[in-house]
Design a protein around this ligand. Structure first.
Ligand SMILES: NC(=O)C1=CN([C@@H]2O[C@H](COP(=O)(O)OP(=O)(O)OC[C@H]3O[C@@H](n4cnc5c(N)ncnc54)[C@H](O)[C@@H]3O)[C@@H](O)[C@H]2O)C=CC1
Ligand SMILES: O=C(O)[C@@H]1CCC=N1
Length: 273
């Protein structure tokens, strides 16, 4: 797929992460076209990646048989409307990364009869350490699914879903998920400073702890609950901390947060239809 032309519509943060992954996989920069209205972002894309940049979507999709929709959900209807006649002519495989917006909405906005793969990557894609949930609409054949899988594999792991209704839950767990880990890290650093550590020491201790814990989670067969138990000595320091988190409703709060994110995904679909 390395010279297979791909058009990105939107050249913001996530598009940059995916483009970085494609280039690391050996994709030819000249075969990546990006439509991005902000001149400074276009300049940065050209300078950083050597990709072909355009201020107009129609120019970017010319000759590309895969389109990646990477704008905010709020502008996607308008973006698709402007590209509908091109979609009808060239019948591309359309891969969306937009939160909330359904495959059926995209297909309708592009004039109908279009192959759409709806995906939800996350920002560790920048390091090739992301994870993406994917759902293919019925029109997408095996070759289209394989292509989408390879495209998103450049950003990390892939998880296919048979039921599109689950995509908002994917968004809530892994799409938004890095922010939860960052918030926990911020809170750990702040608390360390409150307990008397220098800011730099608190930061280094917290960051390496998150990295080490993530590696233990992903590099061993032991589940999170058992790993937690192994840190928690009876009547020890961890037990004191965990009891405080449980008493404060930590698990319920995480559930409520993820539910709120899933609901917002559904609202984005309805509000931008
Ligand atoms: N940031 C994240 O962690 C994740 C974001 N997403 C989804 O990715 C999409 C993009 O998000 P970000 O990259 O964070 O946003 P962003 O704001 O960094 O990028 C969107 C880009 O689209 C450009 N744009 C606006 N109108 C356009 C048009 N008519 N044609 C072409 N480009 C246009 C904007 O100038 C901007 O650079 C969103 O739909 C979001 O739901 C998905 C997974 C994770
Ligand atoms: O916050 C958002 O809406 C996007 C989708 C997942 C991560 N960022």
């Amino acid at each position: 797929m390395n010279d297979h032309p791909i058009a990105f519509i939107g050249g913001g943060n996530m598009a940059r992460s995916l483009i970085g992954g494609l280039l690391a996989q050996g994709h030819a920069p000249a075969s990546i076209h990006v439509a991005e209205p902000v001149p400074a972002l276009r300049d940065a894309l050209r300078a950083d990646f050597g990709v072909a940049v355009f201020d107009d979507g129609a120019q970017a999709v010319a000759g590309a048989d895969t389109w990646v929709l990477a704008t905010k959900p709020q502008v996607l209807r308008q973006v698709c409307g402007a590209l509908a006649s091109h979609a009808q002519t060239s019948a591309p495989l359309v891969v969306s990364i937009a939160a909330g917006i359904t495959a059926a909405q995209i297909e309708r906005w592009l004039g109908g009869g279009i192959k759409v793969v709806r995906t939800m990557p996350n920002t560790p894609a920048l390091l090739g350490a992301g994870v993406t949930g994917l759902y293919a609409s019925a029109r997408v054949d095996t070759a289209g699914r394989d292509f989408a899988d390879r495209l998103l594999s450049a950003a990390g792991k892939t998880v296919w879903l048979a039921d599109e209704a689950q995509m908002d839950a994917v968004t809530a767990v892994s799409g938004s998920g890095p922010a939860y880990v960052f918030l926990l890290t911020e809170a750990m650093v702040d608390a360390g400073i409150t307990e008397g550590l220098a800011a730099d020491a608190a930061r280094r201790l917290a960051l390496q702890t998150v990295l080490g814990a993530a590696r233990m989670l992903t590099e061993s067969d032991v589940d999170a609950a058992e790993l937690r138990r192994r840190v928690t000595s009876p009547n020890g320091t961890t037990q004191a901390a965990i009891e405080m988190l449980e008493a404060g409703g930590f698990r319920g709060l995480v559930k409520a947060a993820i539910h709120a994110a899933r609901r917002r995904g559904q609202e984005l679909s309805a509000a931008n239809d």
